[in-house]
Ligand binder design. Structure first.
Ligand code: 48F
Length: 255
């Protein structure tokens, strides 16, 4: 029995890996913006793989704010909660609130059930850069990277890479630094996020969602980090709308 279990797990895991070495979109980071992008791309028929360095996908949504497990979403994004069957309660005329654990697990479920491959415990440490285009991701085990072990990574090829890594905007920063490229940002590099301004931060996270170099898009808090816009605190409408926008832009490019 024990060997049967070992065989079942390793055979199915490696079979899925072999089938998913090349895909349409690699989304790095499984926070709310990346998960919505994955759902929308999968709905449009695209093959998507997500990479998450931590054990649990979901990014910064599980903990609500200061571990009060509740998140606020403004009216403009409530239609996405409805579409994805995420329950909420109306707080006032502008805001609804969701249980952060329920909302996060629902987003993960909606992406997974559409066939999005979510690699948890895998950290993207670099991009594949060919012919002046970001063309894939370079991946290692999350614990290997955290331990600083000297272990070479593996690569995956993608037509589009999305930096959905949140505050550190790590993929954009690495791609710009290692390849000495000029990003489509005010400084040509990663500008770094500004201090909290909820109204501006929410608006800018959607505005900043775009392609910043051939093959490389940014969404969610990474978009604000790259463009030097404010953080917004525990309001999540902008994250959801940013994820939807990046999917629309990618669909436009790929079709
Ligand atoms: O930060 P995160 O939730 O991204 P987001 O979609 O949402 C931001 C909000 O949660 C919140 C906010 C809104 O009020 O400001 O912070 O922009 O999720 C980012 C995910 O990316 C993972 C990280 O562990 C987290 O789960 N991540 C970061 N770097 C890497 C990575 C990497 N190099 N490889 C794989 N995953």
């Amino acid at each position: 029995m024990d060997l049967e279990v070992t065989k079942a797990i390793t055979e199915s895991w490696f079979a899925r890996l072999q089938e998913n070495l090349c895909f349409d979109a690699a989304i790095v980071g499984t926070g709310p913006s990346g998960l919505i992008a994955a759902v929308k791309l999968a709905d449009a028929g695209y093959k998507v793989s997500m990479f998450e360095s931590k054990l649990a996908p979901g990014g910064g949504m599980w903990g609500g704010a200061m571990l009060f497990s509740s998140i606020a979403v403004q009216n403009e994004a409530v239609y996405l909660l409805d579409e994805l069957e995420i329950p909420y309660k109306r707080y006032n005329e502008n805001l609804v609130v969701c249980d952060s654990v329920l909302a996060t697990s629902a987003l993960i479920y909606q992406a997974s059930k559409r066939g999005v491959v979510i690699h948890n415990g895998m950290s993207v440490e670099d991009v594949v850069f060919m012919d002046n285009r970001v063309s894939g991701v370079v991946v290692n085990w999350g614990p290997v990277v955290r331990e600083g072990l000297h272990v070479d990574p593996l690569s995956f090829r993608a037509k589009i890479v999305v930096d959905a890594t949140g505050h550190p905007c790590m993929i954009s920063e690495t791609a710009a630094r290692k390849n000495n490229i000029t990003l489509n940002t005010p400084t040509g590099k990663v500008c770094g996020e500004c201090s909290l301004n909820a109204v501006e931060g929410e608006a800018m996270t959607v505005e900043n969602t775009k392609e910043i170099y051939p093959g490389l898009y940014v969404c969610g808090m990474a978009a604000n980090g790259v463009f030097g816009s404010p953080r917004m605190g525990p309001i999540f409408g902008g994250m959801l709308l940013s994820g939807e926008k990046v999917a629309k832009l990618i669909i436009e490019e790929l079709k």
